[in-house]
Design a binder for this molecule. Sequence first.
Ligand SMILES: NC(=O)c1ccc[n+]([C@@H]2O[C@H](COP(=O)([O-])OP(=O)(O)OC[C@H]3O[C@@H](n4cnc5c(N)ncnc54)[C@H](OP(=O)(O)O)[C@@H]3O)[C@@H](O)[C@H]2O)c1
Length: 394
Amino acid sequence: MSERGEHSNNPHGLLKAKSQMGASYPERCMSDSKWTDFEFQCMKRALEVAKNGIGQVSPNPPVGCVLARNEEIIAEGWHDHLGDLHAEQAAIADAESRGVETQGATAFVTLEPCNHHGRTPPCTEALLWAGINRVVIAAEDTNPTVRGGGLEYLKRANIDVSQGLLESEALQQMSSFMHWCEYRRPIVTLKAALDCNGNVDSISGPPARFTSEESLDEVHRLRLQSDAVLVGVNTVIRDNPRLTVRRVNLGKSSQPLRIVLDRRLRTPVTSELVTDGNDTLLLHCEENEKSVECETILIPSLFSERRKRVDLEQLLDLLGDRIIQRLLVEGGPDVWGQFLSEKLVDEAYIFHSTINLEDGLKGGIDSKILENAGLVLINSENIGGDRMDYWRKS
Ligand SMILES: NC(=O)c1ccc[n+]([C@@H]2O[C@H](COP(=O)([O-])OP(=O)(O)OC[C@H]3O[C@@H](n4cnc5c(N)ncnc54)[C@H](OP(=O)(O)O)[C@@H]3O)[C@@H](O)[C@H]2O)c1
């Protein structure tokens, strides 16, 4: 790898700017009066084009860049997919492709330019080569091996450098990358669908979908932006889910890793997760001779002594080591309950359907439980007739 993620040993998987996935970041930028309207406009555009890389560039963050001169945007670029040009290089290439002179331009970049050699030369060098004489960044690269290095290099080369323009927006857009750089763990996103009584499934009937087509699209979008999707084994047995990205374009991204918490290794060997050829990881706590055609990890009892179950804190460390930056927890109630009671959920998407499942299985999720888990309601949206509540750690 040569991307930003590579120097940081990163993974992949990103967020949705619209709903501002991820942990919240404090506003650290300097007073707004420091910036002109045009500068705001440029960085807003850089954040806008960065969205093109969401779900495509993990383990790198989505980054956008705009080149401007004389109060006019002359070029723009973004990190489009893993292995492709970085945003600064893409913006320079955009100018070149149209014969636009970059000499003396200002670059507005949503993340500090990289200063290391990977598959491509450092973006700092590309900016110098293009004759850029001012660089404005939204956020610093918090990776300890990079922090400040790009800015220092530019300053030493007598480039005028400013930072902090729309910083909190940029940090939000890159939240899983930033979170992983800081904690070496994934951001945990919980997704649940509830009927009008807070139930998640029918007890007597066959498994049935009760949310709208549009809500389903949202769930697939969440999967696209996640590096891994986790469920408990009862959900696998009951629903035989695939947990892949199908309803939205996967682009050049790869399917998320499916993870099953399966203490006794009960996952049926014929289940979709085992047989469909995509990656699945079964985590179990008891020895078992069963042969399953996917990766299994026996978590030693030492690891889970407290409850004879996979310890979720240690699970997050393990996933962080695998450079999983965003984990989507899709259920069921037993699994949600553990993540919530241990306050390990960073954000939650709760889909409320108007359908009544009658003899339903309780989801164990309501406002009080989410608040007790340290989450606050950020916004509610109508998604094809369902209400989607977005909660985030305060
Ligand atoms: N509406 C929705 O959004 C939605 C989403 C998902 C699922 N569901 C529904 O939810 C129901 C299943 O939920 P559920 O609460 O019964 O079960 P679940 O959460 O799917 O799975 C629970 C089981 O997983 C294993 N497990 C859980 N935590 C573990 C840990 N920390 N370490 C190791 N193993 C662990 C345990 O297996 P052992 O018993 O072997 O110990 C446990 O019984 C289904 O009806 C499904 O359709 C609904």
